[in-house]
Design a binder for this molecule. Structure first.
Ligand code: BV8
Length: 244
C-alpha cells in the first residue's frame, strides 16, 4: 500500500494526533464488525436492537447470552497489526489521544495506554446502582445478581439511548477541539456522538485521515483516504515513517 508523502509529513509535524477507532480495526482479529455482530446463531438478531436497555429489560437472559458469546470471541482473539501500529504511533508521536468505540480491550492488549473507551468495555460488569462488580465466576445463561442489591448485573458498555460516560465524553471532545491531525480507522461513522468527533476536529482545522475498506459518510470531508484493511494500511504508515 502506498502511503501519501503528505500524510507522512503531517504525522512527523503533528502537535496532537487524535485517533478514533471502530470495530473494523478488530476485524482482522476475527471479531465480526458491529454491524455483522449478528452472525451465526445470532444472525436472526440485529445488534443495534440487542445493545439497548429496552432489550435487556425485556429479555435479560438473551442479551446476557449475546454478550457471553461476544466475550468468548474476544477472549479467543489476539490484537492484530492495526492495533500494534496504533500502539507504535502512540510511542513515536509526542501527543496522541486514542478514543475507541470498541468494547473488546484489544488496544490495551496491544500495548496502547490511556485508551478512552467511549462505549465501555465488554470484560467488565456493573450494577446500575453499585457500579463495576468483579465476579470470580460468571454464569452464562442469565445475568448474575448484584451482591449488594440483587439487581441484574449488566455488561459495562454504553447501549443505544444511553449517554457516554462524562469523563470519556469530555476528554474526547477536548481532544477533537485541540488536535491538528485525526486518524479515523475502521468505523462506519454513523453512530453518534462518536462520529461527531471528526466533524468537530475538522471544524477546528484538523487534517483528517480515514482508514477504511469502504467509503463512509466521513469520506467526503477526509483529507486523506487509506482504502483497505487497517491491518495493512496502518503498518504501512509506520513503515513510511521509518523511510526517508
Ligand atoms: C446517545 C457498545 C445521548 C455496545 C455501541 C434514539 C434514541 C437515543 C439515541 C439515538 C436514537 N437515535 C439515534 C440515536 C443516537 C444513537 C446513534 O448514533 N444511533 C445510530 C445508529 C444512528 N447514539 C446513541 O444512542 C449513543 N448515545 O446518543 O446518548 C442520548 C441519550 C438518550 C436519548 C437521546 C440521546 C450511544 C451509542 C453507543 C452504542 N453502543 N457499542 C456494544 O458494543 O455491544 S455502538 C457500536 O457501534 C460499537 O461500539 C461500534 O464500534 C459502534 C460503531 O460501529 P462501527 O465501529 O462503525 O462498526 P460498523 O460495523 O458499523 O462498521 C465497521 C466499519 O469498519 C465499516 O465502515 C467497515 O467498512 C469498516 N471495516 C471493516 N473491516 C475493516 C474496516 N476498516 C478497516 N479495516 C478493516 N479490516
Amino acid at each position: 500500500m502506498t502511503v501519501p508523502r503528505a500524510l507522512v509529513n503531517r504525522l512527523r509535524a503533528a502537535r496532537h494526533l487524535l485517533i478514533l477507532t471502530g470495530s473494523g480495526v478488530s476485524a482482522a482479529s476475527g471479531i465480526p464488525t458491529f454491524r455483522a455482530a449478528g452472525t451465526g446463531l445470532w444472525a436472526r438478531f440485529r445488534p443495534d436492537e440487542l445493545a439497548t436497555p429496552e432489550a435487556f429489560a425485556r429479555d435479560p437472559a438473551l442479551v446476557w447470552q449475546w454478550y457471553c458469546w461476544r466475550r468468548d470471541l474476544v477472549n479467543a482473539a489476539e490484537p492484530n497489526a492495526a492495533h500494534h501500529a496504533i500502539a507504535e504511533l502512540q510511542r513515536r508521536l509526542s501527543r496522541v489521544t486514542l478514543v475507541t468505540q470498541n468494547v473488546d480491550g484489544l488496544h490495551q492488549r496491544a500495548g496502547s495506554s490511556d485508551v478512552i473507551e467511549f462505549h465501555g468495555n465488554i470484560h467488565r460488569n456493573r450494577c446500575p446502582q453499585h457500579g463495576v462488580i468483579n465476579l470470580d465466576r460468571e454464569p452464562r445463561d442469565k445475568p448474575p445478581p448484584c451482591p449488594d442489591c440483587g439487581d441484574n448485573l449488566r455488561p459495562d458498555v454504553v447501549w443505544f439511548g444511553e449517554t457516554i460516560p462524562e469523563q470519556s465524553l469530555s476528554a474526547s471532545l477536548a481532544a477533537a477541539s485541540d488536535c491538528d491531525l485525526m486518524l479515523i480507522a475502521g468505523t462506519a461513522s454513523v453512530v453518534y456522538p462518536a462520529a461527531g468527533l471528526a466533524e468537530l476536529a475538522k471544524a477546528n482545522g484538523a487534517w483528517l485521515i480515514e482508514a477504511n475498506t469502504e467509503t463512509t459518510p466521513l469520506s467526503a470531508m477526509a483529507d486523506c483516504e487509506l482504502r483497505g484493511s487497517a491491518a495493512d494500511s496502518l503498518p504501512a504508515v509506520i513503515q513510511a515513517l521509518d523511510g526517508a
